[in-house]
Design a protein around this ligand. Structure first.
Ligand SMILES: [Zn+2]
Length: 392
């Protein structure tokens, strides 16, 4: 004990490091892991010796994916709603209440089992950091329970009491907002790092969202927001004024919204799984990138609008349908997600970074979009430990 075991991964066809802030890669590279962090990167022929060696055989190594937006504490499923929607019925935010009813009725054991199954599914697919929201409890006890469960599987826990107004507060939105920023927040804040609001027609308006985020901030929670998903609205402006880390969805943006994202600055987190699952138009990633915005990609994994846990799928959608380059999409799914969670230790493989990385059964990152739907993630390390998959 006490010895620092080092591992050299060598003959890496393409080593994505994201060093220096943007996408960056080393061809024919190598990487040394020591004490759970990245200790060295460079060309394979210059690699130092290590206690153990992994031969990547020309495959690509990337930082683990950082999924900065997911709703994993829930019970039940809504495949019938999805099928109906695909048959021509529009998505409405009220579908969330189906999951609220199922979640309230579920035992802790059931919720924990579903959460852990999804967390394991993410890990197998290369996601080494993920955020997890509450938002299907919507009572003081059910929200606090959801966050306590989420905290068992990730440090990136987000209180989303303001997901929708629950049926028992129908006609009394102000009363529910008082609960969310009062007793519910008091019960939830100890379990959470972040606070989120669904700012949208049919959910919460600008003043309500601003009041809820301000209350969360006063309790030490970092604001983030669901904004401009289903139509134009005030969400991005509210996010900028609240000092939020990220505005998520950003599907319908005015020129002023784009300016606010760039100047705040806010990370624009794009969730193409939601547009895929609702047949809405995809967000205009090109417009954001060309304006100089920082863009993240995340799954929005939830049982209603986007029941995917696959960051590779989101990368493929972003490249195919949102005009992101393969480099931009992979950066957004790694370093971009880390920015959205204000986590300088992940999303890149610079020296000192957490050794969270994935080995692809492919020679380059482009294969993630070039071979959509194919499970290319072969091995996953977290803090230098192999936690999923197998070595070649
Ligand atoms: Zn969401």
């Amino acid at each position: 004990m006490g010895l620092q075991r080092s591992t050299l991964i060598t003959r890496i066809g393409e080593l994505i490091t994201n060093e220096g802030g943007g996408f960056a890669a080393i061809t024919d590279g190598a990487l040394v892991i020591e004490d759970g962090t990245v200790a060295w990167t460079g060309p394979a022929e210059k690699a130092p010796a290590a206690d153990s060696v992994v031969d990547a055989g020309g495959r690509a190594v990337l930082p683990g994916f950082v999924d900065s937006h997911a709703h994993l504490v829930f019970a039940g499923e809504r495949s019938a709603e999805f099928a109906a929607r695909m048959a021509g019925r529009p998505y409405q935010a009220g579908g969330i209440l189906t999951t609220v009813a199922a979640t309230r009725a579920a035992s802790d054991t059931e919720l924990r089992a579903n959460l852990r199954r999804l967390a394991a599914e993410m890990l197998r697919q290369g996601t080494t950091t993920f955020e997890c929201k509450s938002g299907y409890g919507l009572t003081v006890a059910d929200e606090a329970r959801g966050l306590a469960l989420a905290a068992e599987v990730t440090p990136e826990v987000t209180y989303l009491g303001a997901h929708v107004v629950p049926p028992e507060f129908a006609g009394d939105v102000a009363g529910y907002v008082d609960l969310v920023r009062g007793p519910m927040l008091a019960a939830c804040a100890p379990h959470a790092r972040w606070i989120d609001v669904f700012c949208e027609d049919g959910a919460f308006g600008a003043d309500e969202a601003a009041a809820i985020l301000a209350a969360g901030r006063a309790r030490g929670l970092g604001p983030r927001i669901h904004a401009n998903q289903l139509g134009p609205g005030p969400g991005v402006r509210v996010a900028a004024e609240a000092g939020a880390a990220s505005a998520d969805h950003c599907t319908y943006l005015s020129p002023e919204d784009v300016d606010a994202i760039v100047s705040a600055p806010l990370v624009a987190t794009l969730l193409p799984g939601a547009e895929f699952g609702t047949r809405h138009p995809y967000p205009d990633a090109r417009r954001l990138l060309d304006a100089g915005a920082v863009v993240a990609l995340a799954t929005d994994c939830n049982p209603g609008s986007s029941f995917t846990s696959s960051m590779a799928f989101c990368i493929a959608l972003a490249v195919r349908d949102m005009r992101m380059t393969t480099q931009e999409a992979v950066w957004a799914a790694t370093a971009g997600g880390a920015r959205a969670l204000r986590r300088p230790d992940v999303g890149h493989l610079g020296v000192g970074a957490r050794a969270d990385l994935i080995l692809l059964d492919a020679p380059s990152h482009a294969y993630l979009a070039y071979r959509p739907g194919v499970p290319l993630v072969t091995a996953v390390w977290q803090s230098g430990r192999l936690t999923a998959g197998t070595l070649p």
